[in-house]
Unconditional design. Structure first.
Length: 139
């Protein structure tokens, strides 16, 4: 069995952003030479997420509204974490909801997706450089 590891770096100029990273992950898979196995993709920051869903503008807007309703950014004083001088408690909660990672089967050298599935990086406390780990194992 082979293993391949690559870090992807992203700049998210906005506080919250959803970035389709499918093409980046497919490029890592091609470079790995692995034809059959598993591909793990995870956010390496505790205020970011990796998830799979449809790349449809309305849905991305719905995520923004839904997450903000569940864990609104303001007022900042509603969160104990922000007592430390941070202002990103909501980002930690949003990450918990959206998840840390995804695993996708690799079949015949391709990500084995269902219809419309794409991999996204969800940034909830942006405006600085962040990374995503891609780890592929297989043959």
């Amino acid at each position: 069995m082979k293993s391949h590891r690559k870090e992807l770096w992203f700049e998210a100029p906005e506080r919250r952003q959803f970035i389709n990273i499918t093409a980046h992950v497919e490029e890592v898979l091609r470079a790995s030479g692995i034809r059959e196995g598993l591909c793990l993709v995870n956010a390496m920051h505790i205020t970011a997420s990796v998830y799979i869903n449809d790349d449809e503008r309305g849905l991305l807007g719905d995520y923004e509204c839904w997450l903000e309703g569940l864990a609104p950014h303001e007022p900042l004083e509603q969160y104990r974490h922000n007592d430390t001088g941070e202002d990103n408690a909501d980002a930690h909660l949003k990450r918990q909801i959206m998840g840390r990672e995804v695993v996708v089967a690799v079949t015949d050298g391709r990500l084995d997706f269902g219809p419309w599935e794409q991999i996204f990086y969800g940034e909830f406390d942006g405006r600085r450089r962040k990374r995503v780990l891609v780890k592929i194992i297989g043959e």
